[in-house]
Design a protein around this ligand. Structure first.
Ligand SMILES: Nc1ncnc2c1ncn2[C@@H]1O[C@H](COP(=O)(O)OP(=O)(O)OP(=O)(O)O)[C@@H](O)[C@H]1O
Length: 286
């Protein structure tokens, strides 16, 4: 199935800083002068230890969070709030339980049609788009199901289809597969890569899973915590045609090890062996 190519966003973070005020404590500097460029059509993945500011960076780009200084430029314009040019997919599926799969996917488009006072042919075009997305996501047979009749992987496919419905130029994904089992995640990885190739939209994707990051991304940005900053950027050298076997290759495993090492180094996390030794010492003292 061929779908019309979307336009693709370009993003510049320019020395962006963000802190959160805390009651009875000094403000928490969550992002410290972060600069980052996301090229049009790029699949960029953010990884890093818990609390290093990945979700905050994504939410700023979505326009859901403010920032204190610096600039976030999306297609030449500063970001000051959410917009129809961006769509976000979260870890939890957040579908409307009272709507069928088909209506969940069409809902945001219908709202837009009403708001923009578009014509009935726009509504028809929206139906064509939702049918195409249902087919792309392998959900045509489930168009009339309700969310509680779907597995987690199916629900997340609906959420992705819904996000794509308005042809966003930028798709923001915050650990979208974090709640799925390993097998379903693999299926979703190939699906989202296929969607990216077909639709061409720029994607910024947050994950804890380095294997997922390397399998999906054109580049992997490693962030470091306290304060949140960019530690390093890895250009993924595997081309865009990837298959699951790639994950077992020496080159893939080498890069994975290198990134995991950076995450451990920057987070100050102890290794498993350090922790086990500490626990066994505590055990022998008791
Ligand atoms: N609204 C908020 N108010 C106060 N502190 C916040 C708020 N949102 C996030 N934080 C803090 O900012 C820091 C960065 O949070 P963020 O969720 O961006 O990190 P993350 O890298 O995505 O973490 P994780 O991988 O655990 O999801 C954390 O210390 C978090 O507790």
């Amino acid at each position: 199935m061929k779908m019309p190519a979307m336009s693709q966003s370009e993003v510049h973070f320019e020395t962006v800083s963000k802190s959160f005020k805390r009651r009875n404590e000094s403000a928490l500097l969550v992002l410290d002068q972060v600069s980052l460029h996301v090229a049009p059509g790029e699949f960029l993945v953010l990884v890093g230890a818990s609390g290093c500011g990945k979700s905050t960076l994504l939410r700023i780009l979505a326009g859901l969070e403010t920032y204190d200084s610096g600039r976030v430029i999306l297609d030449g314009q500063p970001v000051h709030g959410p917009g129809a040019d961006r769509a976000m997919v979260f870890q939890h599926y957040s579908l409307y339980p009272w709507l069928t799969v088909k209506d969940n996917i069409r809902f945001s488009r219908q709202l837009r049609v009403v708001r923009d006072q578009l014509t009935s042919s726009d509504v028809e075009a929206a139906s064509g788009r939702s049918d195409a997305l249902l087919s792309l996501m392998g959900l045509s047979h489930a168009a009339d199901y309700y969310p509680n009749q779907l597995s987690g992987g199916m629900q997340q496919r609906v959420a992705i289809a819904r996000a794509l419905m308005n042809r966003p130029k930028l798709l923001l994904m915050d650990e979208p597969f974090g709640a799925l089992d390993a097998q379903t995640r693999e299926v979703m990885h190939d699906l989202i890569r296929h969607v990216h190739q077909l639709e061409g939209t720029t994607i910024v994707f947050v994950t804890h899973d380095v294997e997922e990051a390397l399998y999906l991304g054109d580049r992997v940005v490693v962030m470091a915590p306290r304060p949140g900053r960019i530690d390093s950027v890895v250009s993924v050298p595997f081309g865009r045609q990837r298959e699951q076997d790639l994950k077992a290759t020496v080159d893939f495993l080498g890069l994975k090890r290198q990134i995991l090492h950076r995450i451990r180094e920057t987070s100050g996390m102890k290794t498993n062996r350090d922790m086990l030794e500490q626990l066994s010492q505590q055990g022998s003292q008791n």
